[in-house]
Design a protein around this ligand. Sequence first.
Ligand code: SAM
Length: 237
Amino acid sequence: MSEPAAFGVTPIGKISSPFKQKFAIPRQPALADARGSVGFLPPFDDVNCLRGIETYSHLWLLFLFHENLEQGWTPTVRAPRLGGNSRIGVFASRSTFRPNGIGMSVVKNLGTELVGGQLRLHVGGIDLLDGTPIIDIKPYLPYSDSRGEAEAQLLNEHPLPAREVQFTEQAIAQLQAQPHKDLKALLVQCLGQDPRPAYRQSQDTDPKTYQVIFYDRDIQWRVVDGKVLVTSLQQVS
Ligand code: SAM
């Protein structure tokens, strides 16, 4: 039997997302109400390609982990969600380091719009980096894609971290002075999941100040007495 051929893929568009770095992006969709939009590239920027899409509340986005493609893949990975110590098979994981580098996320369909002449599809609950190449979109089919009996036993012992998120007075003033209405909620949802490396997550007071960029804001935060404390939000220069 001959080897299967290698196929190329052509991105159909790119996503605009509030997440400008990989750090602190939720590990799966729907873990934060992060909104973005897919901008289509020719020849896929044809409204006919989206005809009927408004009848689906949720969609599958298939995409490339483009920031990690060059690093290739390994047969086993350390899953951060499992504490980062034990290794599991790449096909037993949602690791971003995988053969072909393909990601998949179920997102909310928030409708289509022509923005400055460009066709855009608005989506919610995303876990994608800004600029991620989208390679396909398909409707989520509840009658088949939703499995009530599904189990993920390995994860049962590793619930998602949930920390309270507080803001200093300076951070509150900076939040009020910036234009992104959902930024506070996004910080509460994303930083509350404690995106620190697994080995740091047990530290309820951590001397390190962490930095993340959401939209055009450079955000500094720490973990103090078990809570996340956002200390400053500066406009990225
Ligand atoms: N839901 C998808 C899946 O299961 O295929 C993605 C899961 S993956 C564990 C989610 C992480 O991918 C995010 O936390 C972010 O750090 C990373 N990520 C998102 N977009 C990326 C991109 N374009 N390149 C590399 N990493 C990306």
